[in-house]
Design a binder for this molecule. Structure first.
Ligand code: ADP
Length: 492
């Protein structure tokens, strides 16, 4: 892969970035990709809202500018992304961002009622920084926007002749930033934006459309998801528009964080690697003990880690759980989400304590121990823009059973005689989002597991040898930046 020889100045705008603030995959990407780009010699600034949780963290924060924006007067703070040399610019506006807890919703689980104003102000700040209107003396070549919270940036920038190029990344099309029509007037946006060819979406204001309509380039987090969102089944009502822009739409897989490495992972009972895989069995024993399952080396241990929501196919797993208890297998669950799923899982664990163990809540070290201690990872997502867990499980020698969608289809190779022969088989892939197809796939994985030498170990080895480094993803992003800079859209 060739990379641009000249340095590119990139303003990377996101509503979350690990380890400063994270609610999901977007936070992982925004924490890792800027550092990986900086390591490739690019000049990058990450811009985030100055949430309370971010300001409370250690490290020197200095004021570098003030900006008068249509929605308020903000202060621009500068910080460093912990563990890196990436400069982070924080848009400080206490009435919107100095509040406890989650960036998007209150303690009651409902979206903050002023989310439209909060993220419109953030977009105004990014727009001003992109044009160097804050007087900090730094002008980006390209603004990389992520998800609906930054969707207004490409729209606002499209009105300038002299402007940086724009890239908009869709991490999950299901979240669109939709608000009632009445909100539009409050945000001080140009009236020309109230049109179905701009931000209007069936009578509502859509932040996401700002990115999809106006960005010079669009991408998603896997090549398959980039194709899927152009179909009615996965397009969330935007498939027509995405087809219209298909010549500017691509997919780039996310990488995984360096912390997910069984050779060095401090959460594990025993470290292991592709070359020295023996340590994995000690992790299985320890996991069975920790989760109260009978220790049995030969019984395949299945695992699910993830949000307990329909997207993740947890309903399909629950449907076949009675049959799974009849297999010579055990299964562990770690997840949080909709209460009825948590309760159904707990009920099954009470009925089959020798077979099923359930932990609810968010527990990162346990997620690591499960990836290491389990034999088979089950990820039957109905749709999956990229997905991280299947990549972790490949890395940890825990072949996954996945539904052939999005990033799952792009990262897991089904085990067939041909893929075993050519050394590409890494898991079990099924085609239909149904309980019966999932059950068949799980049974196939259990059979393959039974043939350790012939099938299972080669599958484990192939999976562990995959390159899911951020460096590879960052090189692809650089290539896309270069294309974007070369193929700018001129303003009307
Ligand atoms: P999504 O971003 O849609 O939730 P991904 O597979 O892309 O799904 O990423 C999920 C991330 O969150 C992974 O790092 C996974 O290990 C982690 N995770 C999800 N649920 C839990 C949980 N209950 N405890 C610990 N980690 C979890």
């Amino acid at each position: 892969m060739t990379t641009p020889t000249t340095t590119c100045k990139i303003l990377f705008a996101s509503s979350e970035a690990y380890p400063l603030i994270k609610t999901g995959g977007l936070g992982d990407v925004s924490g890792a990709l800027p550092s990986a780009l900086a390591a490739l010699g690019q000049e990058i600034r990450l811009v985030l809202p100055a949430y309370r949780e971010v300001l409370e963290q250690k490290g020197r924060i200095k004021k570098i500018a003030r900006m008068d924006l249509p929605l308020g007067r903000v202060t621009l703070l500068e910080h460093l992304l912990p563990g890196s040399r990436v400069k982070v610019w924080l848009v400080d506006f206490p009435p919107y961002f100095d509040r406890p807890g989650n960036p998007y919703h209150g303690a009651n689980g409902l979206p903050w009622p002023d989310n439209a104003e909060r993220f419109a102000l953030f977009c105004q700040a990014v727009h001003a920084l992109a044009l160097d209107q804050a007087g900090v003396g730094w002008k980006p070549d390209l603004v990389h926007c992520n998800d609906w919270q930054t969707g207004l940036v490409p729209a606002l920038l499209s009105r300038h002749g002299e402007r940086p190029a724009t890239l908009f990344t869709i991490h999950n099309l299901a979240y669109q930033g939709l608000f009632p029509e009445s909100t539009f007037g409050v945000l001080d946006l140009p009236w020309s934006f109230w049109s179905s060819e701009a931000l209007e979406f069936w009578g509502q204001l859509s932040f996401l459309k700002g990115g999809v309509v106006f960005a010079d380039r669009i991408n998603t987090v896997s090549p398959t998801y980039a194709r899927e969102i152009q179909t009615p089944q996965f397009g969330c009502g935007l498939d027509g528009l995405l087809r219209h822009r298909s010549d500017r739409l691509t997919g780039i897989l996310n990488g995984i964080d360096r912390g997910w490495n069984p050779a060095r992972d401090p959460a594990l009972t025993k470290n292991y690697s592709l070359r020295n895989p023996e340590g994995k069995s000690a992790n299985k024993r320890a996991l069975q003990r920790e989760l109260g399952l009978p220790p049995s080396a030969g019984t395949p241990l299945l695992a699910f880690v993830g949000r307990l929501v329909e997207q993740k196919g947890i309903d399909l797993l629950l449907e076949i759980l009675p049959e799974i208890t009849e297999l010579p297998a055990q299964m562990v669950f770690l997840g949080s989400g909709e209460r009825h799923y948590e309760e159904s899982l707990r009920r099954m664990a009470r009925l089959h304590p020798e077979r099923i163990s359930v932990r609810t809540g968010f527990d990162e070290p346990l997620a690591h121990r499960i990836e290491a201690g389990a034999d088979i990872f089950v990820m039957p997502s109905r749709f999956e823009p990229c997905g991280l867990n299947q990549m972790y499980s490949l890395r940890y020698g825990t072949p996954p059973v996945v539904h052939r969608v999005g990033g799952l289809a792009d990262t897991v190779v089904d085990t067939t005689p041909a893929t075993l022969r050519n050394g590409t088989a890494t898991g079990v892939v099924f085609d239909e989002a149904s309980g019966s197809a999932l059950l068949e796939a799980v049974k196939r994985a259990v059979l393959l597991y039974g043939e350790q030498k012939r099938y299972w170990r080669p599958m484990q080895r192939h999976g562990m040898a995959q390159d899911f480094s951020w460096k590879s993803s960052a090189e692809r992003y650089l290539e896309l930046y270069r294309e974007t800079l070369g193929g700018r859209i001129s303003p009307d």
